[in-house]
Design a protein around this ligand. Structure first.
Ligand code: 6GU
Length: 448
């Protein structure tokens, strides 16, 4: 692969004699030529710039000088030729772009100084080469030379043989995984009071792999959240998804990417979407034999726009919503009693069956949209709801929360058991006109 680097400071490129790039040149893997732009001037002052058309500060590099220099470089190469122009107004230089450039036969880098190169240069060469105006990031350098060195190193190391261990190319940041790299450690095991995380020295390779994966996720969420939003969901296993949920991202079924999610108190503006969510999710909790008319009657009575408006207006109701990708994906409704009384007496509250020294709170509804089941959403919503109820009953030593769920709904009972609920009794529950057998479950709000 041939690089032609053109600049008024060709000495900048002496660094490319060092290290792996220098070795690759010695081995004939990279053919790098530095040129002085002034060699194409003809005047005694070797002038390469002039004042900007239209006025303004600084100087602009002349297209005629650049034209002669670039023509010479193009004649020296062949095949797929790329003219790369470093400029803070270019497209960001990414690993993808570097991988693409590593398949070119020649890259000419035209390094501007001052206010840049006359725009007609990029325009003209677009007809006879691939023109790539690129930037290293959102800051301004005095010229393109540092960017040219960065490009040669980033592209050059992708040429087979330049980097000894091909595996290290696979594992590093911005490769397949789309995540930042995990932190790395080496001996000594203790340095200035800091130790190597013990999982890395335990010999448990599976655990070490998982730890590294979680740290890569942590870092990416913290430093580059836009990379999380762009992650390919197909590359995420169940544990990745669980861990991402703990960091505030959910991956619903068949979604292409993780979504930013949050759990918060519901507000009036959530009501229309909550009503739609409630109507979608309530039937899933009903036994298969339940008539549509009974389901509709229940929804109309307890999950309508009017009903949600009442829940929100009544301080005894604690209404919590899980928002994912900007839309409600789950909600809970809980009822606080007066003082340390009993909530949901008419719903079959298990007072007397459970031991308590504080309010008996009813967790009336816990619903998560189908696409979000098994994503960690339910546990998150449940934990956040219980935390709110704990807070609301903090004046009492031993408040208890209870709920009723259809006896046939194993999935729900399993989820509640995982959240610390235990079966305490049963009740009859009316949906529309139909009687249902419910399991009643309860748990202390505060677990020591
Ligand atoms: Cl490619 N050139 C200049 N002059 N400044 C930059 C840059 C390039 N990338 C970031 N800042």
């Amino acid at each position: 692969m041939r690089f032609d680097l053109i600049s008024v400071f060709p000495e900048f490129f002496d660094v490319l004699k060092l290290s792996l790039v220098g070795k690759a040149r010695e081995h004939g893997l990279l053919d790098i030529h530095a040129h002085n732009l002034r060699d194409w001037t003809t005047d005694p002052h070797r002038t390469v710039d002039d004042t900007p058309a239209g006025g303004g500060a600084g100087m602009v590099m002349r297209p005629d000088i650049w034209g002669k220099a670039i023509d010479t470089a193009l004649r020296a190469g062949s095949g797929r030729q790329v003219l790369a122009i470093p400029t803070p107004s270019g497209t960001p230089l990414t690993q993808r772009a570097c991988e693409d450039l590593s398949h070119a036969d020649q890259v000419i880098v035209a390094c501007g100084r001052y206010e840049g190169i006359d725009a007609r240069v990029a325009q003209h060469y677009a007809g006879q080469a691939e023109v790539f105006e690129f930037s290293l990031g959102d800051y301004v350098l005095n010229g393109g030379e540092i960017a040219a060195v960065a490009l040669v190193e980033a592209v050059g190391r992708l040429i087979p043989g330049v980097v000894g261990n091909a595996q290290s190319l696979v594992e590093e940041s911005f490769s397949e995984a789309g995540l930042l790299e995990y932190p790395v450690y080496t001996r000594p095991e203790e340095w200035r009071g800091l130790t190597i995380p013990s999982v890395l020295t335990s010999g448990d390779h599976g655990a070490a792999r998982r730890w590294r994966r979680d740290r890569a996720l942590d870092r990416t969420v913290e430093r580059r959240p836009e990379m999380i939003a762009a992650l390919d969901a197909a590359t995420l296993d169940k544990k990745d998804r669980r861990y991402l949920a703990s960091l505030g991202y959910l991956v619903p079924k068949s979604a292409p990417h993780p979504e930013r999610a949050e759990v918060r108190p519901a507000s009036a503006s959530d009501v229309p979407a909550l009503v739609a969510l409630a109507a979608r999710t309530f039937p899933d909790a009903c036994p298969p034999a339940m008539s549509p008319a009974s389901i509709a009657a229940f929804i109309n009575e307890h999950l309508s726009e009017r009903a949600f408006a009442e829940y929100l207006a009544d301080p005894h109701w604690v209404t919590t919503v899980l928002i994912s990708g900007g839309r409600p994906a789950g909600y809970t409704l809980a009822l606080l009693p007066e003082g340390n009384g009993v909530a949901g007496a008419e719903d079959g509250a298990p007072d007397g069956v459970v031991e308590r020294d504080g309010p008996l709170v009813e967790l009336s509804k816990v619903y998560v949209d189908r696409a979000y089941r098994g994503t960690g959403a339910t546990a998150w919503l449940m934990d956040a709801t219980l935390a709110r109820l704990d807070e609301a009953t903090s004046d009492y030593p031993r408040p208890v929360v209870w709920l009723g769920t259809n006896a046939g709904n194993r999935r729900a009972q399993h989820a509640y058991r995982k959240a610390g609920f235990e079966k305490v009794t049963t009740r009859e529950f009316l949906v529309g006109e139909e009687r249902n057998s419910d399991v009643v479950m309860a748990r202390p709000l505060r677990v020591a």
